[in-house]
Design a protein. Structure first.
Length: 367
């Protein structure tokens, strides 16, 4: 599942999209629903990442409200922009990564939410995941977005038995002892955020001197990387091909097998945390229905269906959802560690300047 393509200059594209989408308001939808039904039922169009909401939840919503839900899955954020411009679909619910919320809000692509009507938010562990001021940059008070699930992380994962040396920082991976031991995502922001942090700088720095130090570290790191991946490092870790990975797969690794709970661990000082967030498209003519769908996903029995299928950190209060999950679910180290890491998470917001500079450095790094 390719979830991170940061190498486009997206902000200019977003502004172009905002104008283009405005001209497309009201275009109809012809895609199929999750249930495969068609006809005169009211339609709701979702644009989202695979794995963020179980198809069972979508079908349950269709049945309860007598509507047809059309789901379009995406593989990177630029695809959201492309589909909003080029598709005949009039999208209603948009699944946004936290780093892009400000850009979409500032471009007028998403609408304010009526959270007073979303009564199922009472089930959410708001103290942990929706505390005042803790929302994505640009929407710190959750006016335009609400989180879909608990946090996700791009971080350093290692095999406890085969990792050649103790890892205390991303900088340790530049040690020759890790030669051909590393599998790494090739996402620009993930690489440079980790390198900047290891050098003692802000993860979103655009300072040329600081970026140069990060680049020097990444050049040493690259010498030890056996393979770069665009999507997942799961197969390399599970097969033993690599003992270390910079990846976003720890939650999937823990969901695959309880044996991996003891076999693998993460380095907490690394990690680029983010959330996926529900939003409503500014052009939607079905805002009330869109908010009903978002609210529906917070019912404990519905949220549990997504967690049971894809794993991850439950956003619903433990007291409300624990009985709907496997008996030992909260022993899952991904749940405990991601939740703890989230308390000190550094929110990231991509900017055009940052993307431009990092793109140039990335091209040099990979040449």
């Amino acid at each position: 599942m390719t979830r991170r393509n940061f190498k486009k200059r997206i902000l200019a594209t977003i502004l172009t999209t905002a104008m283009a989408v405005g001209m497309l308001t009201g275009c109809g939808s012809t895609s199929s629903s999750a249930s495969g039904d068609s006809g005169s039922a009211e339609k709701l169009n979702l644009l989202m990442w695979d794995g963020d909401c179980s198809e069972e939840v979508v079908k349950d919503f269709e049945k309860k409200y007598g509507v047809e839900v059309n789901v379009t899955y995406i593989e990177d954020t630029n695809e959201i922009l492309s589909k909003m411009i080029n598709s005949k679909q009039d999208y209603d619910v948009i699944d946004l990564e936290s780093a892009y919320v400000k850009a979409f809000k500032d471009a007028g692509l998403i609408e304010k939410l009526d959270k007073d009507s979303m009564t199922n938010l009472k089930y959410v562990d708001q103290e942990t995941f929706m505390a005042d001021g803790s929302g994505p940059i640009g929407d710190e008070d959750f006016t335009y977005t609400v989180p879909i699930s608990g946090p996700l992380y791009t971080c350093v994962v290692y095999n406890k038995k085969t990792c050649p040396k103790k890892i205390t920082s991303f900088a340790d991976l530049a040690d020759p002892a890790f030669k051909d031991q590393i599998c790494s995502v090739n996402a620009t922001i993930s690489l440079y955020a980790e390198a900047l942090r290891a050098c003692g700088y802000p993860i979103d720095s655009t300072d040329d001197k600081q970026l140069a130090e990060a680049q020097a570290l990444l050049k040493k790191y690259k010498k030890n990387v056996k393979s770069f991946v665009g999507a997942s490092a799961l197969s390399q870790l599970e097969s033993g091909e690599c003992s270390v990975a910079l990846c976003w797969d720890y939650n999937y690794l823990c969901a695959d097998s309880e044996e991996y709970w003891d076999e693998f661990d993460i380095v907490p000082v690394t990690g680029l945390g983010y959330t996926q967030n529900w939003s409503v498209a500014e052009t939607s003519t079905r805002k009330d229905l869109a908010e009903k769908f978002i609210d529906f996903t917070y019912l404990p029995e519905e949220s549990a269906k997504t967690i049971n299928e894809y794993g991850g950190v439950p956003i619903i209060k433990r007291s409300e959802i624990e009985d709907l999950l496997p008996d030992n679910y909260y022993d899952n180290p991904c749940v405990t560690k991601y939740t703890e890491m989230w308390k000190d998470n550094e929110n990231l917001c991509t900017t055009d300047e940052q993307i431009s500079k990092m793109d140039d450095l990335y091209n040099e790094l990979m040449s």
